[in-house]
Ligand binder design. Structure first.
Ligand code: NOJ
Length: 767
């Protein structure tokens, strides 16, 4: 065994104080911008100012019923501030040209797009990227995306999405960083950095838009766009920190969420958008609504278009996406005294400032280079990175008898409705992905297996037996082949194929449009017809590897009990197929860890590791005890806990060693653990640190993630991972919303996931 080396993980606790101030530009630069914008605004009519608040769609990808019309005419009249979903240098240049040559004041447009997990080079869905626990990798995906999108005319992305999501029924959990506040906050920070770089004025950066502000992930019953109702305690301690982390990292804009929050929709929520965001957090960028967010306030029951537009503006919502409520009604509201000139001026100023920060007044065509579009998109380096990145996100859930990795020899049957489809690979919210040139899993396996392997294929089943459900779950061209013959005939055909093989790879699970926006599910298992296929394949007695496509934690209890190997591959972007094959054949050792808990069944949802104890907790290891908090029919355990994921090697953890058993405010201690690779191949491990505040003025979670470190170990190698803990890491919002650390005892846990941990204890002393 090699000597232990030491790693120091300094715990920059970015999920911490919600009171820190967002970064501000240097005073001289700020003054220059103020003068420029003031001089411009002095020349603007009220109509032109209102025009800047109008965001229209170019129509390439729409997420609602309203579509903007006569866009060119409106730009020429100065009635448009920005366009989203219009790409390529040619089209963007044409629209920009109208703005800067035909409109009276020649104010350039801002161009937005949902660049969510990559651009044309598509990376894994955000829930998968979170499972990499590799912040440098996540940052680089954002950097590559920014480079490609900006080469194609875009300068503003509606990302990062950092809604804490704990209800797996909610389809948009796929777009989130999962359930944990600390992990999501780290991701928020690095994604903003990746998009915005060190200088927004450069032509290869994008302005970030943190969304969906706020609490959208807590939609009741996991139904999209639904109501949110939450205590301030939970809001401040668990749901708000990731948005704040993005803002602290300098995100230039924020998107208001669709949901209402304790009775007031976010789009018109003054407490949220002004008191919290601007006054407490010091945010200086602009807020956009979500798609038709202003208009939807009518349906929420807040009044007619004029009233809801005035309410939104006064709440602190500057840009109106697609509703055209501002252009249609704000002037009337001004005349009637329902909004003030200062309200309009303030909103207009913030949008002009964003354009100034992007350097659009210096060069409105800076993102319109045909040459860049030809040479910087889908480059071999980007494609290679997409493949490497995807392989880091897969989570090995089970590997009995070392079924994996597969040998590059013999016959492999690749079976299932998701095996031979290109369109299903990139994942939800990949509007720019080149579906036709994305290899299918079958193609990826054939390419990586080499010429000593015979690869067979059979459909085996439809995605779902219900053709309408399959149609609704494969929208936007994400087609999956369908066979209308009787279910048994299609399954029998696959069984015959399996019988000719040495091993079966079953490509099953969700289609990519079974998660994402407006794709909530009340049954989060593998569709029944696919389960019938899986059971039939298992009956052949051949070893079966389930390659699980999923946009959410799924209920796969039966599968976990019956299938020898399960590799959860989410939706891995344009190179998913090759990356899956790399992992299946052991060219890459899997190292992903779940960023959201897999429940045993749907009744346990919402489920997350950082729960409160309750006054009647079940004793560890027990299932049901009368008058204790639990269920008659299922234990409180998850199927797979947060932070869980296996490797082709094994790791052992030594005991937690503390540098001291107590410390005072202003001091710190370290906690170390030695991790050893006890298997026979090199592998990566995510070492996770959790704490529990044992006595508090309010109830505290049973565990909270406070740090992690991804390390790589050769067979037999050991490394000592060290975390530093200071008072700041123990702070939380108390009942009066003061951000405090309370002296007392704390447990500390270190381990490979949130359940299997070694523990120790320390005390925070009084001053
Ligand atoms: C609606 C979605 O909620 C949001 O995430 C997205 O950015 C907008 N549509 C624009 O496409």
């Amino acid at each position: 065994m090699k000597k232990a080396t030491s790693l120091l993980c300094m715990m920059a606790f970015c999920a911490g104080s919600l009171r820190a101030q967002a970064p501000k530009p240097a005073p001289a630069e700020q003054a220059k911008m103020n003068t420029f914008v003031s001089q411009l605004m002095a020349r603007m009519t009220i109509d032109e100012k209102i025009g800047q608040l109008n965001l229209v769609t170019g129509g390439e990808a729409t997420t609602g019923e309203a579509v903007s019309n006569d866009v060119e005419g409106k730009i020429a009249k100065g009635q448009v501030g920005g366009i989203f979903s219009l790409t390529t240098p040619g089209r963007v240049r044409k629209a920009q040209q109208i703005a800067v040559t035909k409109s009276r004041l020649k104010i350039p447009l801002i161009f937005g797009q949902d660049v969510i997990h990559g651009y044309k080079t598509t990376f894994p869905i955000p829930l998968a990227l979170a499972a990499s626990w590799d912040m440098a990798l996540v940052e680089r995906t954002a950097r590559v995306a920014a480079n490609e999108a900006s080469a194609d005319g875009i300068n503003w992305t509606f990302s990062p999405m950092v809604d804490i999501a704990r209800d797996a029924r909610w389809g948009r959990i796929a777009e989130s960083c999962g359930e944990d506040t600390y992990l999501a906050s780290q991701i928020a920070r690095v994604m903003v950095k990746g998009y915005q770089g060190d200088d927004l004025k450069k032509n290869n950066t994008l302005m970030a838009c943190v969304k969906h502000f706020a609490l959208y992930g807590a939609a009741e019953s996991g139904r999209d766009y639904n109501t949110t109702d939450m205590s301030l305690n939970r809001m401040y301690n668990e749901y708000l920190p990731p948005y704040k982390a993005a803002i602290d990292a300098g995100a230039g804009s924020v998107m208001a969420s669709f949901n209402d929050i304790n009775g007031v929709p976010a789009t018109a929520n003054k407490w949220l958008l002004t008191d919290l965001l601007r006054k407490q957090w010091g945010f200086t960028g602009f807020v956009t609504s979500d798609y038709t967010g202003v208009n939807e306030l009518i349906e929420h029951g807040l009044g007619d278009l004029q009233r809801v537009s005035a309410l939104s503006l006064k709440a602190g919502m500057e840009m109106d996406m697609v509703s055209e409520g501002y252009v249609k009604t704000l002037k009337k509201s001004l005349e009637e005294g329902k909004v003030s000139a200062a309200d309009i001026d303030n909103a207009c100023r913030l949008i002009l400032e964003a354009k100034y920060k992007l350097g659009l007044f210096d060069d409105p065509y800076k993102y319109c280079s045909e040459k860049r579009a030809k040479t910087e998109i889908l480059t071999p380096a980007n494609i290679k990175f997409a493949r490497d990145a995807a392989a880091q996100t897969f989570v090995l859930l089970k590997n009995q008898n070392k079924v994996l990795p597969l040998k590059k020899a013999g016959t492999i049957a690749v079976i299932g409705p998701l095996a031979n489809t290109r369109a299903n690979m990139p994942g939800t919210w990949s509007v720019n992905a080149d579906l036709a040139n994305t290899p299918s899993l079958l193609e990826g396996i054939k390419a990586v297996a080499g010429n000593k392997v015979t690869v067979l294929n059979s459909l085996g089943s439809n995605l779902t037996s219900d053709a309408t459900l399959q149609k609704n779950a494969t929208m936007f061209g994400r087609d999956i082949p369908r066979d209308e013959r009787p279910e048994e005939v299609v399954i029998n055909e696959a069984v015959a194929t399996a019988q000719k093989a040495d091993v079966v790879v079953a490509a099953l699970g969700e289609s990519s449009e079974m998660s994402g926006e407006s794709s909530s599910r009340t049954d989060i298992g593998i569709p029944e017809v696919q389960k019938h296929l899986l059971a039939a394949l298992l009956k052949t007695g051949k070893p079966v590897v389930l390659v699980l496509f999923a946009g959410r934690p799924m209920t796969i209890k039966w599968e976990s009990e019956n299938v020898p190997a399960i590799l959860n591959v989410w939706f891995g972007g344009s190179q998913a197929a090759n990356a899956i094959a790399d992992v299946l054949f052991g060219d890459v050792n899997p190292s992903g860890k779940l960023a959201a808990t897999f429940p045993q069944n749907i009744g346990q949802v919402p489920m997350y590791y950082s729960q409160k104890s309750t006054g009647r907790p079940l004793a560890p290891g027990t299932w049901f005890t009368k008058f204790r908090s639990g269920y008659l029919d299922v234990s409180n355990d998850p199927l797979y806990p947060f932070g869980y994921g296996l490797s082709y090697t094994t790791f052992s953890y030594g005991d937690v060693k503390l540098s001291a058993n107590s410390f005072k405010p202003g001091q710190s201690i370290t906690a170390s653990v030695t991790v050893t690779n006890t298997g026979s191949v090199e592998g990566k491990e995510v070492v996770q640190l959790y704490t529990r505040d044992l006595v508090g003025s309010i109830t505290r979670p049973v565990k909270e993630l406070k740090g992690f470190q991804k390390i790589s170990l050769k067979p037999g190698e050991s490394k000592t991972v060290t975390f530093t803990i200071s008072e700041n890491d123990l702070k939380f919002y108390n009942a009066d919303l003061q951000y405090v650390a309370e002296p007392g005892d704390f447990k500390i846990f270190i381990g490979p996931n949130s359940s299997d941990v070694k523990e120790s204890q320390f005390a925070l002393l009084g001053k």
